[in-house]
Design a protein around this ligand. Structure first.
Ligand code: C2E
Ligand code: MG
Ligand code: MG
Length: 648
């Protein structure tokens, strides 16, 4: 074996070198996001390897210093000390980046953080003249000097500072990230103690390597920033990149591409085939537009990000993309069909608050482009930004209303054709705000569904319905039943039946006067919906299929569920009266064959009301009879609208 000059034990340091090199190679070969976090981690690894090599080399040289120029000894020892200090500081920078500390505390924090390392580095660099840290004596060789401990002071400082920053900004990091960073700092601290206990063994770089490995596995694995199937950066990477650009106050623009009807393609061709197409698309975009980073957002949506281009620059690019999409992405086994796309553009000048805000903006723009069926690129404009602002406002108002149990209910009468009187009510949620007035449910129900508040909203509306029933004599008012809307997400809640029953019991009412309105989209998960319906039916609740004919109807599925009634979507009804569609007749006929009672909504005039009665529907609902009313107005309405014989 090799004969070492010095008595130091290099075993740990030598073992560190190949492992560190392997890690660096793997890290280098996978494309990294150009963020400070990734870069500082790369430099930590770099410093660790420089530190290890210079440490061994300097220790050896210090044994035979007389045979070489003294400047070489100084140079090597200085290189070792500098890499030692910079490694400690970079690990601190890395931890700060992970928890977004510079964004929270600004530039002063970043500059403040570098000062201890800078001072110690200056001391190291001045050592040949000042003798601050060490000396190379012509006769006795290497010796530590008065301020040698500054090296350890700096190391301890950065370990403690990292722990303090992590503790302050815990909320910005996942438990996995926190565990990784806390334990890596602990290992660094143990490394210093072990080094002190075994002065003759070089262990510091080995402990650093362990800390680096932990970070690599918990936070910095390049694969966690890439989409496994599409092999471009993922949504998390976009979040990291956007945060970084915002910290640096750099403007950037995004070009988004969304495959139209992606879920349908996925069902038709199967996910694997679609991933093959997406893989081709990702590769092509990466190759064609080298100045852009490509991100896959899921759901057939890609985003290209860059901080120089503006709309005029990307118009040609959009045309090129459009042209390529005229042909299928099937070279490597992807879908055979040409995939239609919508494109969106968020320009540099659009104000951006944070990563989440940018994500929402992209999402809204994709929705808007799809809704408008745009053939051109949809450029995010003032209107969309206003819409986003309003949505934020509505979100706040809804949150407050839910916390304070302040949602309201209005009721819309249902006219019974057979009994020639109003005999039922539909309960509709209302959100009121002093500034915005009544906010329509179409605006706040999707927000509640998105934010996971729909269960609570459903419970509160149901409780208010129960309260209304318990406070009023429905029989005296002539009301046979009351219908309540429940959203698809609520239907999937396994405890729905128990929850509703508990609320009814609390209000001392039975549920036999309640019908739940379920929309067709809720019929997706048949098994669990059937189970819910069965349990609720045992408590006397009956079900009504809402909005039939809106969206893609699946008649087979619908017929198999125990619905006693069906409400036909008003678009279908209006289309019939505009004389441009007879589908209504066929749909009504079909449900009549199935012996399901038909409710028609959107009845707006006398002619419609009379015609529909003749066509055999059982209930009619619409502005012709009444708009949805608050409870007190409804009571007055019911008392003054008992006779409908004139409708014949
Ligand atoms: P929906 O269940 O189909 O309710 C009928 C909607 O049509 C109501 O709108 C009603 O005001 C409106 N409408 C009734 N008659 C006419 C008419 O003659 N002409 C026109 N143009 N419109 C008419 P609203 O109250 O804005 O509710 C919209 C939707 O919001 C509801 O559609 C329902 O899907 C949802 N929603 C309302 N309340 C709740 C709730 O408590 N929970 C859930 N999950 N969804 C609710
Ligand atoms: Mg309804
Ligand atoms: Mg409806």
């Amino acid at each position: 074996m090799w004969n070492w000059l010095s008595d130091y034990n290099y075993d740990f340091a030598l073992a560190t070198i190949p492992i560190q090199l392997i890690l660096m190679t793997v890290y280098y070969l996978r494309r990294q996001l150009p963020t400070r976090q990734s870069r500082s981690f790369w430099w930590v690894m770099m410093m660790n390897i420089i530190m290890t090599i210079t440490d061994i080399w300097a220790c050896e040289l210090n044994e035979v210093w007389q045979e070489y120029p003294v400047s070489l000894s100084y140079g090597l020892n200085i290189a070792y000390f500098l890499s030692f200090i910079l490694r400690g500081w970079l690990l601190f920078v890395y931890a700060s980046e992970v928890v977004n500390a510079p964004r929270r505390w600004g530039r002063r924090y970043s500059w403040g953080g570098i000062i201890p390392a800078l001072l110690v580095c200056l001391m190291i660099l001045s050592t040949p003249w000042t003798g601050a840290i060490f000396t190379i004596d012509p006769v006795t060789g290497y010796h530590n000097l008065a301020y040698y401990n500054a090296i350890y002071f700096s190391t301890w400082f950065y370990i403690l500072a990292s722990v303090a920053v992590l503790t302050c900004c815990r909320k910005d990091a996942s438990v996995r990230l926190q565990a990784g960073l806390y334990s890596s700092n602990l290992i660094l601290a143990v490394g210093i103690l072990v080094r002190h206990a075994f002065m003759n063994t070089l262990v510091t770089s080995f402990f650093s390597l362990m800390a680096i490995l932990i970070i690599y596995l918990t936070a910095q694995n390049p694969d966690s920033f890439r989409d496994r199937m599409v092999d471009v950066f993922n949504k998390a990477a976009l979040g990291g990149m956007v945060s970084e650009l915002l910290i640096k106050e750099k403007q950037f623009s995004c070009l988004g591409i969304s495959i139209k009807n992606y879920p349908a393609f996925k069902t038709f061709y199967g996910p694997n085939t679609m991933y093959k197409s997406l893989l081709d698309i990702g590769k092509w975009l990466d190759k064609q537009f080298k100045d852009f980073q490509v991100f896959y957002m899921g759901n057939g949506q890609m985003v290209l990000l860059n901080h120089v281009s503006d709309y005029s620059d990307v118009q040609g690019m959009a045309r090129k993309i459009e042209e390529r999409f005229r042909y299928p992405w099937s070279d490597n086994g992807g879908a055979q069909a040409a995939l239609g796309i919508n494109m969106i553009f968020v320009s540099k000048s659009v104000p951006k608050k944070n990563a989440r805000n940018v994500e929402i903006c992209l999402e809204q723009a994709f929705n808007e482009a799809y809704r408008r069926d745009m053939t051109d690129v949809y450029v995010v404009d003032e209107a969309l930004l206003e819409q986003m602002k309003r949505q934020e406002k509505v979100r706040r108002i809804l949150g407050k209303a839910l916390r304070e149990n302040n949602l309201q209910i209005h009721m819309q009468p249902l006219y019974s054709v057979k009994e020639k009187r109003i005999n039922a009510l539909e309960i509709l949620a209302r959100l009121y705000d002093e500034e915005l007035g009544y906010i329509p449910p179409q605006e706040f129900i999707p927000i509640a569904e998105n934010d996971g508040d729909i269960m609570e909203l459903g419970r509160q509306i149901f409780a208010k319905t129960c309260h209304f029933i318990s406070e009023h004599d429905l029989d005296a008012l002539g009301i046979d039943f009351v219908t309540v809307n429940i959203s698809p997400a609520q239907c999937l809640n396994y405890n729905l039946g128990d929850e509703l029953e508990r609320i009814a019991v609390r209000h001392r009412i039975t549920m036999d006067k309640i019908r739940l309105e379920v929309t067709e989209s809720a019929t997706g998960d048949m098994e669990s919906l059937l189970e819910q319906m069965r349990r609720l039916k045992n408590c006397g609740v009956r079900f009504l299929l809402d909005d039939f004919g809106a969206g893609t109807s699946n008649i087979v599925r619908v017929i198999n569920l125990p619905f006693a009634m069906v409400k036909i979507d008003m678009q279908l009804v209006w289309a019939y009266f505009r004389s441009n569609s007879n589908i209504l007749l066929h749909v009504m006929h079909m449900f009549q064959e199935e012996k399901m009672a038909i409710i028609i909504e959107g009845v707006e005039d006398k002619h419609m009301a009379q015609q529909l009665a003749k066509m055999g529907c059982e209930y009619e609902q619409g502005y012709y009879f009444s708009r949805p009313l608050p409870a007190d107005e409804l009571v007055v309405f019911m008392e003054s609208h008992r006779d409908y014989s004139w409708l014949d």
